[in-house]
Design a protein around this ligand. Sequence first.
Ligand SMILES: *[C@@H]1O[C@H](CO)[C@@H](O)[C@H](O)[C@H]1NC(C)=O
Ligand SMILES: *[C@@H]1O[C@H](CO)[C@@H](O)[C@H](O)[C@H]1NC(C)=O
Ligand SMILES: *[C@@H]1O[C@H](CO)[C@@H](O)[C@H](O)[C@H]1NC(C)=O
Ligand SMILES: *[C@@H]1O[C@H](CO)[C@@H](O)[C@H](O)[C@H]1NC(C)=O
Ligand SMILES: *[C@@H]1O[C@H](CO)[C@@H](O)[C@H](O)[C@H]1NC(C)=O
Ligand SMILES: *[C@@H]1O[C@H](CO)[C@@H](O)[C@H](O)[C@H]1NC(C)=O
Ligand SMILES: *[C@@H]1O[C@H](CO)[C@@H](O)[C@H](O)[C@H]1NC(C)=O
Ligand SMILES: *[C@@H]1O[C@H](CO)[C@@H](O)[C@H](O)[C@H]1NC(C)=O
Length: 582
Amino acid sequence: MLCGGCLFLLLLNVPDGFPSESQESDERPSVVPQPPPGTPARNVPGCPANCTCPAEETVDCGGLDLHLFPGNLSKSIQHLSLQNNRLQELPCNELSRLAHLKTLNLHNNHITSEGLPDEAFESLQALQYIYLANNQLSDAPQFLPSTLRIVDMAANRLTQLYQLTFGHKPGLRSVYLHNNQLSNIGLPFDAFNGSDAVSTLILSSNLLTYLPQNLPPAVVRLHLQNNRISRVPKGALNRHWRLRELYLQNNNLTNDGLDPSTFSKLKSLEYLDLSNNNLTEVPSGLPPNVVILHLGRNRLSALPPERLSRVRGLQYLLLQSNTLTASGVHPEAFARLRSLHTLHLYNNRLESVPPGLPRRVRSLMLLHNRIAHIGPHDFAATYALAELNLSYNRLYSAHIHRLAFRKLRRLETVDLSGNRLTLLPAGLPSSLQVLNLQKNQINSLSSELLANLTRLKELHLAHNRLRIGGISPGTWQELQGLKLLDLSYNELSYVPPDLPESLEHLYLQHNRIAVLTAEAFLTTPNIRVVALRSNRLLAANVSAEAFADLKQLEVVDTTGNPELIVVPLPQAGRWVRPQAGT
Ligand SMILES: *[C@@H]1O[C@H](CO)[C@@H](O)[C@H](O)[C@H]1NC(C)=O
Ligand SMILES: *[C@@H]1O[C@H](CO)[C@@H](O)[C@H](O)[C@H]1NC(C)=O
Ligand SMILES: *[C@@H]1O[C@H](CO)[C@@H](O)[C@H](O)[C@H]1NC(C)=O
Ligand SMILES: *[C@@H]1O[C@H](CO)[C@@H](O)[C@H](O)[C@H]1NC(C)=O
Ligand SMILES: *[C@@H]1O[C@H](CO)[C@@H](O)[C@H](O)[C@H]1NC(C)=O
Ligand SMILES: *[C@@H]1O[C@H](CO)[C@@H](O)[C@H](O)[C@H]1NC(C)=O
Ligand SMILES: *[C@@H]1O[C@H](CO)[C@@H](O)[C@H](O)[C@H]1NC(C)=O
Ligand SMILES: *[C@@H]1O[C@H](CO)[C@@H](O)[C@H](O)[C@H]1NC(C)=O
């Protein structure tokens, strides 16, 4: 709007409430200089009413519910904070006087484009930081000073930028424009001409349909997620060899919309997020230094040999929620990925463990597939594997080869929950610390299958079919490190005997336990938590001595039994009432 016009505008009809918060508030830079720690709260003379002015050049009027720009501000101020007020407009004559202003914080007001006088900025020739996020701007200012370093206009309603909004600002470093309504038409071709130092450009959550061309050449972080981008024009990223972080998730990219050279010049690129798009193939020409590649939630059905193995620096490869089959994974697909340690393949259509797994993989997520068997060689080369998640597949005990895990000497966590196992898998390595077998059909436990698991800390067996008779004597004897045993939702009629001395957490809820003898916890003096909820206990069948020597006992849950069971707890020298009936 014109400068003269803003002079006498009265502010009427201040709307209630505040604009919606930005979805990317974490990307907003921290705001405005604070007084040095220890500075006493004092106001220099001439400070506007209710504001704080810790120094001559700093005026803070944040959060005062102001409807009007404070009048008579000293001409010499450098930092002005007006965030969290109800300003609708900035009077041109007041603003343009502040020729020394370096920081102007107007975050979270009700400022419209009509209320923001372009001309005022012409005299602000020292302005470096302007924060206008969470206002009601529909057009960006036509002109902003060339001295700017950071501009935040996130969470407005911007549809249009101009040549001199962000162009011709040699010192400009960071531009935040997420949560606006920018389409490609609103972004002029020369929007960043002469602003070659911009390194952070945030354009997520707008209405872009293709990746804007002529982006500033030095950009390091480029966020374009949550748009409608379906293509990247050829050459659009050719000059951007400094780019390290490119977010393109939640768009509409297809392989047709990408050129083989789209990413190939991005030699500094470390983080590329292409998840939740419409890709049917891994894009070609991925640059070699990518560390994290996110291709989840696309329509990939196969992994050919060449596309990925050129990305030599890859450490995290995320391929979940595609339609990959094991036969579609070429045995050489992961070859030469010597740094790859985390591979997510969950929620695909794998019918078996894919071939040629990366040799250094430490964390392998194969859950929610259709894997029905594990052969002796599936994990024969993945020596470094520490975490293996095979939950929610279609595994039967008979289809897991007894030597399947023999090479995995560093395995620490195995999750086989939600399968169709009737037995514990054989040959688990002694390095194992967590074994999750819940929601299977396991009906027997024996010492042979748990032998050597001396480092096991957690054993999860909830939701199986275990009865006391199915647990062989000696089952627990080698589990000298076991701290947590979950046997809930089984068919146990009493507490299994000879549990390991190391045990601290014992979950037995939802069984058929009808009696607690004096010896029930004889071998587990360190127990802290015992869950006995929803069993068949009557007070008369619970021996008073069962808990007597458990000095560490903190929680006993006996709710949901036919009678109220009261267990005294020895804690911190006093006896605490247990959790009583529901
Ligand atoms: C300062 O705060 C007081 C108390 O909240 C209020 O009554 C007064 O109107 C305020 N003054 C200005 C100039 O905002
Ligand atoms: C600004 O200062 C002048 C002179 O001291 C005074 O007349 C005027 O009322 C002040 N205006 C505001 C908005 O405080
Ligand atoms: C902006 O920069 C591009 C690329 O350097 C150039 O083609 C174009 O002519 C420039 N536009 C203006 C107005 O300077
Ligand atoms: C995605 O792009 C396709 C064309 O490639 C188009 O038909 C479709 O409507 C787009 N979807 C969205 C949500 O923009
Ligand atoms: C994916 O792309 C196809 C064309 O290749 C298009 O028909 C389809 O609508 C797109 N899917 C979405 C979710 O936009
Ligand atoms: C396996 O993955 C599921 C789903 O993400 C998760 O809940 C579970 O904790 C994982 N298992 C282990 C042992 O980390
Ligand atoms: C336990 O370890 C010993 C010695 O390493 C080995 O001979 C034996 O086969 C292992 N038992 C099981 C069940 O893996
Ligand atoms: C539980 O106690 C009742 C009453 O003392 C007794 O009749 C019953 O046999 C006991 N049940 C078990 C399983 O010990």
